[in-house]
Ligand binder design. Structure first.
Ligand code: NAD
Length: 319
């Protein structure tokens, strides 16, 4: 199979590269290295099945050719991370929506209709304070416009674009709503909680919990995420589908901090930082986030292989 991965030098993208190269597929990565890094792909140096182009999806002149070559395209290129989303709100909208549109247009004009896998996000569900799972049908545009709503809107727009190209032009689309993804190669400087906690615990520095820490998340190891994503794309073939991709074990941020301290055998204490102080402006955090995996399980035989404890242990070993 020929696989094009935009954002393939990033955290999730580089693990997708690993998966497809291990299978013998030919992989073409296009990445502007704004948050990704060549070092994420360094272990594939010399592999003739991997081609890398440093380019911005918005302006790259060879996008049409790369799209025409591909059987499957993963669109992961995006401006991500809470800090960047707060600092560069218009860039988030401009890059995330325009990159998706440009890619879909190239797929439409190429004649051959590659399968397009779009990286969406649990953020499309907005705020959810109830004890309910996020079902794929649940999408409601929340009126509670939070600071990172621009990012959510960009993902909602990408989904709408993908689904409309699928309907109008027969381009099969997989809309994958990633929930919090964690694991090797994720960097903490854009606000990602797990790598930050691990780095603090290993150095015996205070673990900084933003807000009360009672907000919950469901963390999925990236090595599971990419297997699940490929399984969904493979099972749907020429059909179009919207599917949550994540892990439904829910944990509060305070429990996460305690777990990281315990696994690291750390002397770190826990320090609470007000949300305003952490993010530099008023910030209403999402209280609960947990995916329904019903559709993932209906479509695939996917089973998680990495517990949160295993992921944390692996990160501690790397740190
Ligand atoms: P990442 O920052 O590691 O990956 C994004 C990649 O896209 C980077 O390598 C970056 O350099 C590249 N990129 C950005 N703009 C580009 C452009 N204009 N042209 C070419 N390349 C560009 O982040 P990630 O966590 O791997 O995220 C991958 C995708 O998954 C994103 O679309 C993100 O919105 C989505 N997502 C991630 C999570 C998560 O928990 N990590 C959750 C939900 C959704």
């Amino acid at each position: 199979m020929h696989v094009l991965i935009t954002g393939g030098a990033g955290f999730i993208g580089s693990h997708l590269v690993d998966l497809h190269l291990a299978r013998g597929d030919k992989v073409h990565v296009v990445d502007d290295l704004s948050t990704g890094s060549r070092s994420n792909l360094a272990h594939h140096e010399g592999n003739g099945n991997l081609r890398f182009d440093e380019a911005d999806i918005l302006t790259w002149q060879y996008l049409d050719r790369a799209v025409a070559w591909a059987d499957r395209i993963y669109n992961l290129a995006a401006v991500v991370g809470v800090y960047r989303v707060i600092a560069e709100p218009t860039k988030v909208l401009a890059v995330n929506i325009a990159a998706c549109e440009r890619l879909l247009r190239a797929a439409r004009e190429g004649g051959w209709q590659p399968q397009v896998v779009l990286a969406s996000s649990s953020e499309v569900y907005g705020h959810n304070d109830e004890d309910i799972l996020h079902e794929e049908q649940d999408l409601v545009v929340s009126s509670r416009a939070g600071t990172r709503w621009g990012y959510s809107v960009s993902k909602i727009a990408d989904e709408a674009l993908g689904l409309s190209y699928a309907q109008r032009f027969g381009i099969p689309a997989v809309v994958a709503r990633f929930f919090n993804t964690v694991g090797p190669r994720q960097i903490g400087r854009y606000g990602m909680v797990v790598p930050r906690f691990v780095a603090q615990a290993v150095r015996n520095e205070p673990i900084t919990v933003f807000g009360g820490g009672l907000q919950t998340r469901s963390f999925c190891d990236v090595r599971d995420t990419v297997v699940a994503l490929d399984a969904v794309a493979t099972s749907t073939g020429r059909d179009t589908v919207v599917c949550n991709v994540g892990n439904d074990r829910e944990i509060s941020i305070l429990e996460l901090a305690q777990l990281v301290i315990e696994r690291a055998g750390s002397r770190s204490t826990i320090e609470h930082v007000a949300l305003r102080e952490a993010y530099g402006e008023d910030f209403e955090d999402i209280r609960r986030r947990r995916p329904s995996l019903a559709r993932l399980r209906t479509l695939t035989h996917f089973q998680h292989r990495y517990s949160l404890e295993r992921t944390i242990d692996d990160l501690i070993a790397i740190e």
